[in-house]
Design a protein around this ligand. Structure first.
Ligand code: SAM
Ligand code: SF4
Length: 470
């Protein structure tokens, strides 16, 4: 029997890339590859790249410089190391990578991972291989499913891609160019994936897509299903106790999604709903196709359906033309909504996007200063949200042993890490925990006899008052 070949994947960027990395491992497993944590003993190294913000490609080239040394070292010991570049930088700059980095054997765009075995074979016979087309075949139909032992090793929480690509064309964003047009997977395929995951111990599913709530997959009844309908179907799968989805666009929040939050206890009351800016002028320049008032109405609809719901968001500061007044409007929106957390980024021009041709008007110093002010506000809201949990009893899904001996760590409905002293038997269970204290972003507590739904609710009411200062 030939010994297994070793595969090392380094992934950058979003949750879609984390998921894609796992699917590449699954697809290469039948070819005899097993994962290794070390570059040095790898037979194949894959860089799964991200192109969303600045310096992405420079990072790839400097990583390739390091890999060249590792590849030469392997060759000195009589071993052949292959190097592949995958992900959105591969898609956007494939030819350039081939030209600039002779160390690379394979360049593969995100829509072609299912062709990896053939590309590796082609690289072996022809020297190098590049595939960055958007193929007509359905990638998901060809990617090998994970083996039961791989699912178990990955833990009780899993991502499942339900939708890929984006047709929104926000003026700052490369996703429509690197991931292509919006495509939704059929319901039956997603159900098969979730059944397989649940059978092998997965308890929590996060449905992912660049624009997940634009989901419109073919249902088993031949009709087009919305994300809300899909969530209803998945909530009925035995073993699945928590459902989440990310990332949503405010324009695509339909009534079925609101109803899913009202009706499904498995659907967690925590929604990532990026808004990017609190200024209508900037939202229009970004081509977000909604106003600040539209966004606030969407938030209100969620809150009416489920009172314990909390939100996170994404913000960009320093978009071309953003004035101090526009930025202050963003701070005002954050104050009005009251987030449990949020990501904020400095605007970075992405080659090929419409915004890259707009004149940048915000100086680097102003951008830095705005980012600090926004992050301070978001941090204070996040701390208030976490502090409000202390003294309450909240449900925690336990995931794994913690670094501290005897401790088990899990997550609350709002993805806050929570630690208790307990036996490993509780891993995979949702149990009530009375929160005693907060250490940075982690909650510490004790297992409680039974959860008091009212106390969870009062914590939320309390925390949103603390966040918004109401
Ligand atoms: N689809 C999601 C949405 O509609 O907001 C998010 C997709 S993107 C992968 C994640 C985040 O990266 C965006 O929400 C945005 O805040 C940020 N981002 C994207 N392009 C950017 C750019 N050119 N400069 C700075 N931040 C950017
Ligand atoms: Fe990018 Fe999201 Fe806009 Fe699509 S909706 S273009 S993924 S920011």
């Amino acid at each position: 029997m030939t010994p297994p070949r070793k595969l090392h994947i380094k992934s950058y960027g979003c949750q879609m890339n984390v998921y894609d990395a796992q699917r590449m491992v699954d697809t290469l497993a039948p070819e005899g590859f097993v994962e290794t944590a070390s570059v040095d003993d790898a037979d194949l190294v894959i860089l799964n790249t991200c192109h969303i913000r600045e310096k992405a490609s420079e990072k790839v080239y400097s990583e390739l410089g390091r890999l060249r040394v590792a590849k030469d070292e392997a060759a000195r010991h009589g071993r052949q190391m292959s190097i592949a570049v995958a992900g959105c930088v591969a898609q956007a700059e494939g030819d350039e990578i081939i030209r600039r980095a002779p160390v690379v054997d394979v360049v593969v765009g995100p829509q072609s991972y299912h062709h990896l075995p053939q590309l590796l074979a082609r690289a072996k016979s022809h020297g190098r291989a590049l595939e960055t087309e958007f193929p007509v075949d359905d990638k998901f139909g060809f990617l090998a499913p994970p083996k039961p032992d791989a699912i178990r090793a990955r833990g009780i929480s899993s991502f499942v891609t339900v939708q890929e690509g984006c047709d929104k064309f926000c003026t700052f964003c490369v996703v429509p160019y690197t991931r292509g047009a919006e495509v939704s997977r059929p319901v039956a395929r997603i159900v098969d994936d979730v059944l397989r995951l649940a059978d092998n111990g997965v308890r929590e599913i996060t449905l992912i897509g660049q624009n997940v709530n634009a989901y419109h997959g073919e249902g088993p009844d031949g009709r087009i299903w919305s994300l809300g309908a899909l969530l209803h179907r998945l909530a009925g799968i035995p073993g699945i106790v928590r459902l989440r989805y990310s990332t949503s666009h405010p324009r695509d929040v339909d009534e079925t999604l609101i109803e899913a939050h009202r009706d499904l206890t498995a659907l967690m009351p925590f929604v990532h709903l990026p808004v990017q800016s609190g200024s209508d002028r900037i939202l229009a320049a970004m081509n977000r196709r909604h106003s600040v008032a539209d966004y606030r109405r969407v938030i209100d609809r969620f809150r009416d359906a489920r009172q314990d719901i909390a939100f996170s968001s994404d913000f960009i500061v320093g978009f071309p033309g953003e004035t101090e007044e526009d930025f202050v409007a963003t701070l005002a929106l954050v104050t009005q909504i009251g987030y449990a957390g949020a990501y904020s980024f400095k605007y970075s021009p992405r080659p090929g996007t419409p915004a890259a041709d707009m004149q940048e008007t915000v100086s680097a110093a102003d951008m830095d200063e705005r980012l600090v002010r926004l992050q301070e506000l978001i941090d204070s809201q996040q701390s208030a949200f976490n502090v409000a949990t202390i003294g309450n009893t909240v449900n925690v899904l336990f995931e794994r042993t913690a670094r501290n001996p005897g401790q088990i760590v899990g997550r609350t409905a709002y993805l806050q890490p929570a630690h208790v002293m307990a036996s490993t038997d509780i891993i995979g269970q949702v149990l009530p925990v009375t929160i005693a204290s907060l250490e940075r972003y982690s909650l510490l507590g004790e297992l409680a006899p039974a959860v008091d739904a009212q106390s969870v609710f009062s914590h939320l009411t309390h925390s949103s008052q603390m966040i918004t200062g109401a």
